[in-house]
Ligand binder design. Sequence first.
Ligand code: SAM
Length: 242
Amino acid sequence: MAKRIMVLAFGALSYAIFLGVFLYAIGFLGNLWVPRSIDAPVQLGTVGALFVNLLLIVVFGVQHSGMARPAFKRWLTQYIPLAAERSFYVMTTNIAMIVLYAAWQPMPQVIWNATWLPAQIVLYTLFGLGWGLIFVSTCLISHLDLFGMRQSWLYFRGIEYTPLKFQTPLLYRFIRHPLYVGWFLVFWMTPTMSLGHLLFAIGTSVYILAAIPLEERDLVAFHGKDYEDYRRRVRMFIPKIF
Ligand SMILES: C[S@@+](CC[C@H](N)C(=O)[O-])C[C@H]1O[C@@H](n2cnc3c(N)ncnc32)[C@H](O)[C@@H]1O
């Protein structure tokens, strides 16, 4: 029983910290409310900032994609309970994000600055829509499973875990990666694009584009023909009507 309580408590802690990390990301990217945002405060010169920021993006990418691979999960679950694996992934993602927020070096040179009010409204609306799309997409797949809470709850209740089935609910009927479209929107949609923000948007977009083949390779290995057919029928980011 003690082990079950520990797994559930760890799952709940990882999820609670993640909610904070997610809310901070809105302020970080939007330059809203938070003490350290993507554009402030400036500390290093351009070359130093470029080096630190690229390193932060690479560290995040290696953590986020490396730990998501089945081979890594098999290795890790020799040491921690299977039911805690996803929460462990969420917790290490939290740490990678907090390190990024704390160590990110703003590069203030302005690349574009939309001063026309309607343009600002459109960009802020798309920024907000992106966050909504991210949240809704996680709910469509299974919010609690993606963040490890379903695994730890089932373990606590003594019920065997069943992996997510292949599914194409709502947005997934039209595009394969709505959640990543949400990320692209929040990375790029800003009225004032600084050099640092541009580096972040390019780095994270390249990372997502590089990570998708790995994710899809695992999805094909797990769901077989269902996912292969889906990949043939449905585009990654833009519905076929366009
Ligand atoms: C962070 S989510 C991103 C989902 C998707 N790439 C997107 O952008 O909306 C990644 C997880 O979703 C799961 N996943 C992605 N597409 C799925 C589908 N059609 N059915 C079931 N699970 C899926 C994968 O197994 C993976 O663990």
